[in-house]
Design a protein. Structure first.
Length: 202
């Protein structure tokens, strides 16, 4: 092999290393796919009253905690099927009652793409729930500020790992009363402050 040919081969090898495309491990959730998904329509957040299973889809506030189940329906969740979820949290804007004692359990709906909420009594509690759940008894929040849920990635992971899930599907998260002594009040999509709940995923 001549010196000139050897030099050309070495240069080609160096260029191949420099321009070799870098890829994520199979199934990884790329950073440019991270997203914040907000409640998009008034009927996409709802509360169900425990005493009579009455559904409210058009109120200006939601009441996670004693006496209520809260449902948050996020449409257009652009996470590929089977992707690895690094983090997932709910952000909620606190209207009032921020220092009341609260104990809730977070679950997601066990569905390939969650259906829209309806007015039929018991609509939230009658839906299938994920095996994964997260209990939370948060310290006091602050009125007029955003509050954040604990880490909920196990819930979202269970949903997007379903064989029937497809990117752009709808995902519902529930805040279930867990023997709370009271409730806290958060803004719904209809609230004048335009501060609906958000699902933040990376």
């Amino acid at each position: 092999m001549t010196a000139a040919l050897r030099n050309r081969l070495c240069l080609a090898a160096v260029l191949a290393i420099i321009f070799l495309p870098c890829s994520l491990p199979f199934g990884a959730f790329a950073s440019d796919q991270a997203g914040t998904f907000a409640i998009a329509a008034g009927a996409d957040d709802a509360k169900e009253r425990a005493s009579d299973s009455q559904m409210t889809l058009d109120g200006t506030t939601l009441r996670p905690g004693s006496g209520y189940t809260t449902g948050l329906h996020f449409a257009g969740v652009a996470i590929p099927q089977g992707a690895t979820v690094t983090s997932a949290k709910i952000r909620m804007f606190v209207v009032s009652d921020s220092n009341r004692l609260l104990a809730v359990t977070y679950k997601a709906e066990a569905a390939d793409s969650s259906a829209a909420f309806g007015t039929t009594a018991g609509d939230l509690n009658n839906r299938a729930k994920t095996t994964a759940s997260v209990d939370d008894a948060p310290a006091a929040w602050t009125d007029g500020a955003w509050a954040e849920s604990p880490e909920l990635k196990t819930l979202v992971q269970e949903v997007v790992s379903r064989p029937g899930w497809a990117s752009g599907g709808a995902l519902t998260v529930f805040l279930l009363d867990n023997a709370s002594s009271s409730y806290r009040t958060i803004a719904s999509q209809e609230n004048a402050g335009n501060t609906p709940a958000q699902l933040v995923v990376t």
